[in-house]
Ligand binder design. Structure first.
Ligand code: SAH
Length: 236
């Protein structure tokens, strides 16, 4: 069974978009995952297929109606569907690699993309949706957030990445950011690559990379570094 994503959106033409290319695109063509984008406008009300209305309590903008969003969810999610229902919203829990790994281990996901001011909170509660944010900034719609989440998940599906090892070593799998990378030429515009990397001493290379990872994490992400030390790693 392939990993299955259903997207509810007002802009279905945005999918698969970038996920139709490269790693994710090849995996899509090979059937490792599949995607269906459903236009919530199909469930809109009246002659104009209205999907939104003005906010109770006043304020700017429009809010997606709970009855419309609920009808769209019911259409793509039969009662026995075990996939998590995810609403992309800046109010959600921040997306983490841990959640990404758990999603990749499951059967798929149903992703609801907000627009305008967002979605009526009652449908999120009634459907017991999970609210996820991709970062502390405001996008104009949930579509890019859904693409980001899917990209992170799809590359972890079995058979998608050539070298499974590359997923194990990278940032966030452990608590530290990754060490820096270098390739040919060995000397570029007067800048040599770090000497240890050219000498073939694998233990020395591993030690250098660990030290680099600790240093960059300490400098750029004191929050991650503190977790790393708290989890029992020795301070350098
Ligand atoms: N009024 C809202 C912002 C709405 S932005 C607020 O101030 O919180 C419109 C839609 O874009 C949202 O419904 C959501 O689906 C999407 N969106 C915007 N920023 C996002 C983020 N950081 N993470 C996930 N989705 C986001």
């Amino acid at each position: 069974m392939s990993w299955r994503a259903d997207i509810l959106t007002l802009f279905p033409a945005m999918f698969p978009g970038p996920l139709g290319h490269s790693l994710a695109g090849r995996a899509l063509a090979r059937g490792i995952w599949s995607l269906a984008a459903t236009d919530m406008r199909n469930f809109g009300l009246g002659r104009h297929r209205a999907v939104d209305d003005t906010p109770f309590g006043g304020g700017a903008g429009m809010v997606l109606r709970p009855d419309v969003v609920d009808a769209a969810i019911a259409h793509v999610m039969p009662a026995a569907d075990e996939r998590p229902l995810i609403f992309l919203t800046p109010r959600g829990a921040p997306l983490t690699q841990k959640r990404v790994r758990a999603l990749a281990a499951g059967p798929g996901a149903v992703l609801v993309c907000g627009r305008f001011e967002g979605i009526d909170q009652r449908v999120i509660e009634a459907r017991r949706g999970e609210e996820i944010s991709i970062g502390d900034y405001i996008l104009s719609g949930g579509e890019l957030s859904a693409l980001v989440l899917l990209d992170a998940v799809i590359r972890l599906l079995p058979g998608v990445m050539g070298e499974e090892a590359s997923a194990v070593e990278e940032s966030f799998s452990g608590a530290l950011l990754e060490y820096p990378h270098y390739t040919r030429p060995a000397l570029w515009e007067g800048r040599p690559v770090p000497e240890v990397l050219t000498q073939g001493n694998h233990a020395a290379i591993a030690a250098w990379r660990r030290a680099q990872a600790a240093a960059v994490t300490h400098a750029r992400r004191p929050d991650l570094y503190a977790c790393h030390i708290a989890s029992g790693a020795a301070a350098p």
